[in-house]
Design a protein around this ligand. Structure first.
Ligand code: PLP
Length: 392
């Protein structure tokens, strides 16, 4: 009887005060940030247990972000592949990607903590745009750190952020991409922990971020689970597939299915495959797997999708992989471009290059005929049109 009264714990639950997922996770930050991270964790724990916070967030997600997002049966593509493919349409959210789910949650938290500024890093610009958007909505200031290389290839998103009132700070160090922008954003946070909230964009960084960001993205998986129950005779798909940069859209999706028989598959970029090719290390405050050279130096990632151009992966994914609960695979840039074009022509949907990674794996034709497959379409392709045009 008592068991029935206790909420059933799933594999993807609260990692506890140490923020550990198996041997991964933790909080490896300078002394000056330990207190700030603890404050964020305390505030999040309190907010996440408060029905009023959930009510506020749910209302924002519905009235501002456009949730629930539809689950679209990809009929022509399914017929071509001999599968039943369902697309979870995060591309249809306000600002065009799943990043808005996390940012609205963190902005609401920042307000609750009395902060007046959001600091963020961005790669593809989607998290930066989402942060700038939330800052405008809540009357907060926003400073977004972005690698100079990403600024060049995501020009439109840079303009969006500036139009929304955010300051975009170019980062010229290292490979001038997401890793360098993240380092710079964390450095900036050290100097203003009293007034600024670091709005991290993926399931990375020191505790509580990997857990907190997964919880804010869980809405993807929870909705998809309910939608699959009405869409599929078996209620649960055979495969649940999502692209993995840091891993937030995948973690949010997997959280909805981790306690079902569905096979969970994370798809990484060939040049940014932290879960598949990374080695144990610590970067940006978290113990996880990172691409490294023989001397243990963090290697540069390379991907046609700016949002997957990160040398590491979130700690919970590595834990799920170790347990055999999720598997991680790699697709090439060529497969990704082909997948984006094929989805456009079969379904009339132009996907973000990041999301096209998940599709590319499904399109390989390796899945058993007749399988049911949920694919999270994490974002729309508007930001990638210049890159896609070059590929024609
Ligand atoms: C559309 C889209 N999908 C996926 C990602 C990768 O992030 P994550 O692995 O945290 O979902 C990004 C990152 O910028 C993105 O813009």
């Amino acid at each position: 009887m008592t068991e029935l009264l206790v909420r059933r714990r799933t594999l993807m639950d609260d990692p506890g005060a140490a923020g550990r997922f198996g041997e991964y996770g933790g909080r490896y930050v300078p002394e000056s940030l330990v207190g700030a991270c603890r404050e964020v964790e305390d505030a999040f724990r309190e907010a996440w247990a408060d029905p009023a916070f959930h009510a506020q967030l749910d209302r924002l997600l519905a009235t501002y972000a456009g949730r629930p997002t539809p689950l679209t049966p990809a009929l022509r593509l399914s017929a071509e592949l001999g599968l039943t493919v369902l697309l979870k349409r995060e591309d249809l959210t306000h600002t065009g990607s799943h990043k808005i789910n996390n940012v609205l949650g963190q902005a609401l938290l920042a307000k609750r903590m009395g902060r007046t500024r959001l600091i963020a890093e961005t790669g593809a610009g989607q998290h930066g745009v989402a942060t700038a958007t939330a800052a405008a909505l809540f009357g907060l200031e926003a400073t977004v750190y972005m690698g100079a290389k990403d600024i060049e290839r995501q020009e439109l998103n840079v303009f969006r952020m500036r139009m929304l009132g955010a300051e975009v700070v170019p980062v010229h160090s290292g490979a001038r991409t997401l890793k360098d922008a993240t380092s710079e954003a964390m450095r900036a946070w050290v100097g203003q922990v009293e007034t600024a909230h670091y709005c991290l964009g993926s399931v990375l960084g020191p505790a509580p971020y990997p857990w907190m960001v997964r919880e804010f993205q869980r809405v993807i998986g929870d909705e998809a689970r309910r939608q699959c129950a009405t869409e599929l005779p078996a209620a649960v798909p055979d495969y649940v597939v999502a692209c993995v940069g840091g891993g937030s859209n995948a973690a949010g999706t997997f959280a909805g299915f981790v306690d079902t028989p569905a096979r969970l598959v994370g798809v990484e970029a060939d040049g940014g495959a932290g879960a598949t090719r990374g080695r144990l290390g610590v970067l940006h405050g978290v113990r996880s797997l990172f691409l490294q050279d023989d001397d243990g130096q963090i290697a540069e990632a390379h991907s046609i999708a700016a949002g997957l151009d990160y040398p590491g992966v979130g700690p919970e994914h590595v834990h799920l992989r170790d347990l055999g609960r999720a598997r991680y695979v790699i697709v090439t840039d060529e497969e990704v471009v082909a997948a984006a074009h094929r989805l456009a022509r079969t379904e009339g949907i132009i996907a973000a290059l990041e999301s096209a990674h998940a599709l590319a794996w499904v399109m390989r034709g390796e899945l058993p005929a007749g399988s049911t497959v949920l694919v999270t379409l994490s974002g729309r392709g508007d930001k990638d049109l210049a890159t896609l045009r070059e590929s024609l």
